[in-house]
Design a protein around this ligand. Structure first.
Ligand code: MN
Ligand code: MN
Length: 450
């Protein structure tokens, strides 16, 4: 089990391909910072490449509530003989604006937030932030907001306390408690509206929102506004070998999956791709992998194939399927090597990572892939010369995490976690290796074609 840099195994021409692939990926990261934007981007790319929402065609997709997408490519074999399934997620840890967010203190207007997913709160202060989302008016009109991304756009920020005064208030707190969640308020204005006596700065912000976007204060009640880092995806390192960007967990696997789906041409097996929402908060909710939307999609699909669909047929098709839970893994951090058991950890630049099980402690909450299935994955990857590695998330009893694998495993299908290694995972600026991103795409394409 050699741990050798994947770059050494690639030719000059292949290096070029890897770098080209990364350019498309960076565009996706910049355009799709929320699950809504990701689902719009994915469906546009699918449409441009001959996919349609008409379930009677060979290449089908369905968008569910603008937050998750299911894609189907008809194979030579019938759906009843099982599908090759990939599932990734397009939601990402962030800050959501509260339902009644706006307030004013000491002449400054701010938005209150409620964080989503596993963030380290100190990551979110004193960095430029953008606002993305929708405001839905009572009459159903949807106003889209995206402020802070274009050159010349203003950005937003969460004020941090100066070191001179933070000794008692912040510095002596445990890192996990500082700053408190309620202090993650987003600075958004400071000019008072002329002629207003009370809360004139807040009135000034509302005046701009009304004039520029047609949004009134009570419209925030029916809005979903996400606060995300305002910076764009960048090459990292003087050799440009890495990508730094917000939201790579799990848009890196989502992008690799999308590109694999677009590259399919008459596969043997029917292929299914699921871009799920709400993975970061436990896959609960109607747009998450545990929702019935997958069944509804398969119902429609079978109907269009002239099969009278019922639960048993769909369950049988899922039972006979094989799957990859396309999600990232934490790569060995050079300065915190002690949290990893390095013989079984994954590393940046060593290729796509196959993770036999997730969970914590004694494999609690894990979906564990069987040896027979791992052997099949090895066979598939090795036959296409995929550069891959294995990886367990951290030392035993160090912590852990889960993915959507167990929810599909519940149908009785073989499933294994397989995705890109990431440094600084769940931070506003996550790091991946361009080589690993490319190998993830190649691995997914090989899997679909198996
Ligand atoms: Mn993930
Ligand atoms: Mn995650």
């Amino acid at each position: 089990m050699q741990k050798e840099s994947g770059w050494k195994k690639k030719s000059k021409e292949e290096h070029k391909l890897i770098f080209e692939f990364a350019e498309g990926y960076k565009k996706f990261l910049d355009e799709a910072k929320t699950e809504r934007e990701a689902s719009i981007y994915i469906s546009e790319r699918l449409r441009e490449n001959g996919f349609s929402e008409d379930v009677s065609t060979e290449k089908v997709y369905k968008v569910f509530k603008e937050k998750s997408v299911v894609v189907f490519v008809k194979g030579e074999e019938p759906i009843s003989s099982g599908m090759n399934i990939l599932v990734s997620h397009i939601d990402t840890p962030r800050l959501d604006l509260k339902q009644n967010p706006l307030f004013e203190e000491v002449g400054l207007a701010m938005f209150r937030t409620h964080y989503y997913g596993g963030i380290k709160k100190y990551h979110w202060v004193a960095i430029p932030l953008a606002i993305h989302g929708v405001v839905v008016k009572v009459d159903g009109r949807k106003i889209r907001l995206r402020i802070g991304e274009e050159d010349g756009d203003p950005v937003f920020v969460i004020d941090d306390l100066l070191p001179h005064l933070s000794k008692k208030t912040l510095d002596e707190k445990k890192l996990s408690e500082a700053p408190e969640a309620e202090k993650l308020t987003v600075l958004c204005g400071s000019i008072p509206l002329v002629g207003v006596e009370k809360e004139a700065v807040k009135a000034g912000v509302l005046d701009i929102l009304r004039n520029m976007y047609g949004i009134a204060e009570d419209d925030f009640v029916s809005a979903e506004i996400e606060v995300v880092p305002a910076f764009r995806a960048k090459d990292v390192g003087i050799d440009r070998s890495m990508i730094g960007a917000y939201g790579q967990d799990d848009r890196v696997c989502a992008y690799a999956m999308l590109e694999a789906l677009l590259g399919l041409n008459k596969p043997t097996k029917c292929c299914l791709g699921i871009f799920a929402d709400k993975e970061e908060i436990g896959s609960e909710g109607d747009t998450a992998i545990r929702s019935t939307f997958l069944f509804m999609f398969l119902y429609e699909l079978m109907e269009s194939m002239g099969i009278k669909p019922d639960d048993t047929l769909i369950k049988r098709a899922l039972f006979s399927s094989k799957a990859i839970s396309a999600d990232v893994n934490g790569a060995v951090n050079p300065m915190y090597q002690e949290v990893h058991e390095k013989q079984n950890a994954c590393y940046l630049g060593l290729g796509v990572c196959v993770e036999k099980f997730t969970g914590h402690g004694g494999k609690i909450g894990a979906s564990e892939a069987h040896a027979e299935y791992i052997a099949e994955i090895r066979r598939i990857f090795d036959s296409k010369g995929i550069i891959w590695q294995t990886g367990e998330l951290g030392k035993v009893d160090q912590g852990g995490g889960g993915t959507v694998a167990k929810y599909l495993a519940a149908y009785g299908m073989n499933i294994v976690d397989c995705g890109t290694p990431v440094l600084a995972m769940h931070s506003p600026f996550e790091i991946t290796s361009k080589l690993d991103v490319f190998e993830t795409f190649r691995a997914y394409l090989a899997f679909y074609n198996s």
